[in-house]
Design a protein around this ligand. Structure first.
Ligand code: AHR
Length: 504
């Protein structure tokens, strides 16, 4: 067996764990909304058509702010279509996903769903086919209490209280040639700055997210951030990062995806700080990592993608990736990367939530179940609080094609002074070897510890409609502790959470 050592110190603080790190994303895409969160004919549907079984799973997952309504969808979306009496709402083409949008679920319905799960709404604006005026109109409709045509329209639409949306995305992936209204960094930066300035003249306290790159492998990456932030630095609070990972046939490489995410975040932070220095600004721009996940995009391109001028289905099955144990381990390490940058990544959205590259799957008229990725998210959201801590790792490395030599063990920790509890997160990236990890507990010496692991003798095991509970978390019975030291054995390709309690 291989051996590794980690040391924890509650004084090695990275930054506070912001609850918004556990956000998610619901896009009008495939069966995310229709036949996902909303299925009026389902046995568990409430009076508004929302599936209660899905609500319970979303609550169990522990998601905070939810980004809505897209994604690529938003860049062709007319917000006016999604408000007012449902029977008068138009059906529209969704050019992003080659589907028909019925607008049966819109702003009011989504807001009422969010109330069921206790989450905050994060709205994305269409800066693809639309601009400053439409953004202002939506802001006024959503957030002004009363007294103007738009505020009174919302009241007449049955929503007397303003929605009070605090966080707004200034468009979506505007660097991507696939995006409706895709622009150069210069053109987008100017439009985003004008939109932000106009929105702030309504409410200076809004939190605004400008689009960064849709992946670190975009040809414009880095220069895009520099240019866009040069235009918008004084007007915005966050720059976005988006990243999706998939196993392209080299599992060792895939297991090291967190290294890529670490570099991505460090590069965007450095670029934002460069613009800060050039401008002599005292303000710091943070990151909203508002799309991250495992996504088998190649499968989408080859299998799912819809075409045809007479083929515009409602809620087709799109991006319904089935996640394996290996996917969930990589997913867990991506969450660890976010925690490792808690000082600068202060908001994040798991893309997405239900049916579409999702931790929760549903069958029309049938079951709702947890994918493998559900478990690391739910546990981390439930236990990571207070401050994120740097963990010192001494581990053997392995050679990867994309990232050079990468440590077999990845780790980060959190500790909450208020509750006296913490959590240590560990991933074993080895494909075949268990690793015994010795933990130097430092000033957490003598704490009560408990461990859960996600792993399987079959790294391709998944939860499916026919076998929804095949993969889950299991207590890791190898955990031992004595005073200042603990030890645990991590199976190959596994994710582990050790909870720490100093409360006697
Ligand atoms: O989450 C799926 C898609 O990925 C989103 O619509 C888009 O923003 C990104 O490319």
């Amino acid at each position: 067996m291989l051996h590794a050592r980690i040391s924890i110190d509650t004084n090695s603080v990275i930054g506070p764990v912001n609850r918004r790190l556990f956000g998610s994303f619901v896009e009008h895409l495939g069966r995310s909304v229709y036949d996902g969160i909303y299925e009026p004919g389902h046995d568990s549907a409430d009076d508004n058509g929302f599936r209660r079984d899905v609500v319970e799973l979303v609550k169990e997952l522990g998601v905070t702010a939810i980004r809505y309504p897209g994604g690529n969808f938003v860049s062709g979306f007319r917000w006016e279509d999604s408000v007012g009496p449902v029977d008068r709402r138009p059906r529209r083409l969704d050019l992003a996903w080659h589907s028909t949008e019925t607008n049966e679920v819109g702003l009011a319905e989504f807001d009422s769903w969010l109330k069921l799960i206790g989450s905050e709404m994060m709205l994305a604006l269409n800066l693809g086919t639309r601009g400053v005026q439409e953004a202002l109109d939506l802001l006024e409709y959503a957030n002004l209490a009363q007294g103007t045509a738009l505020a009174e329209q919302r009241i007449a639409d049955g929503h007397p209280e303003p929605y009070g949306v605090q966080m707004w995305c200034l468009g979506n992936e505007m660097d991507g040639p696939w995006q409706l209204g895709h622009r150069s960094a210069d053109d987008y930066g100017k439009l985003a700055a004008q939109t932000a300035r106009a929105m702030r003249s309504f409410d200076p306290s809004l939190e605004l997210v400008v689009c960064g790159s849709s992946s670190a492998s975009m040809p414009t990456f880095g220069e895009w951030e520099r240019t866009v932030l040069t235009h918008t630095y004084d007007e915005v609070d966050y720059i976005s990062c988006h990243a999706y990972y998939e196993d392209r046939g080299d599992r060792g490489d895939f297991l090291a995806s967190g290294v890529n995410m670490d570099h991505f975040i460090d590069s965007v932070t450095a670029t934002a700080d460069h613009v800060k220095a050039v401008r002599g600004s005292s303000k710091t721009i943070n990151i909203s990592f508002d799309e991250w996940n495992i996504w088998y995009n190649e499968r989408f391109e080859k299998v799912d993608k819809l075409t045809g001028v007479d083929n515009w289905p409602v809620a087709p099955r799109l991006l319904e990736d089935q996640y394996t144990v290996t996917d969930a381990v990589v997913f867990g390490s991506l969450l660890m990367s976010l925690l490792r940058h808690a000082d600068r990544v202060t908001s994040a959205s798991l893309a997405q939530l239900v049916n579409v590259i999702a931790p929760i799957m549903t069958e029309p008229g049938g079951l709702a179940w947890r994918q493998t990725t559900f478990f690391p998210f739910a546990e981390t959201s439930a236990h990571a609080s207070g401050s994120a801590l740097t963990v010192n790792v001494e581990s053997e490395t392995y050679a990867t094609a994309s990232y050079g030599d990468v440590p077999l063990i990845d780790s980060v920790a959190t500790f909450d002074d208020q509750t006296g509890s913490g959590a240590i997160y560990l991933v074993n990236r080895s494909e075949h070897e268990s690793i015994e990890v010795t933990i130097d507990l430092g000033n957490l010496s003598g704490s009560a510890l408990a461990a859960l692991s996600l792993w399987s003798s079959d790294p391709d095991a998944a939860n499916t409609l026919d076998d929804p509970d095949r993969v889950g978390l299991t207590p890791n019975g190898t955990l031992r502790s004595s005073g200042a030291t603990a030890s645990i054995t991590l199976p190959p390709i596994s994710w582990t959470q050790i909870t720490v309690s100093t409360v006697k």
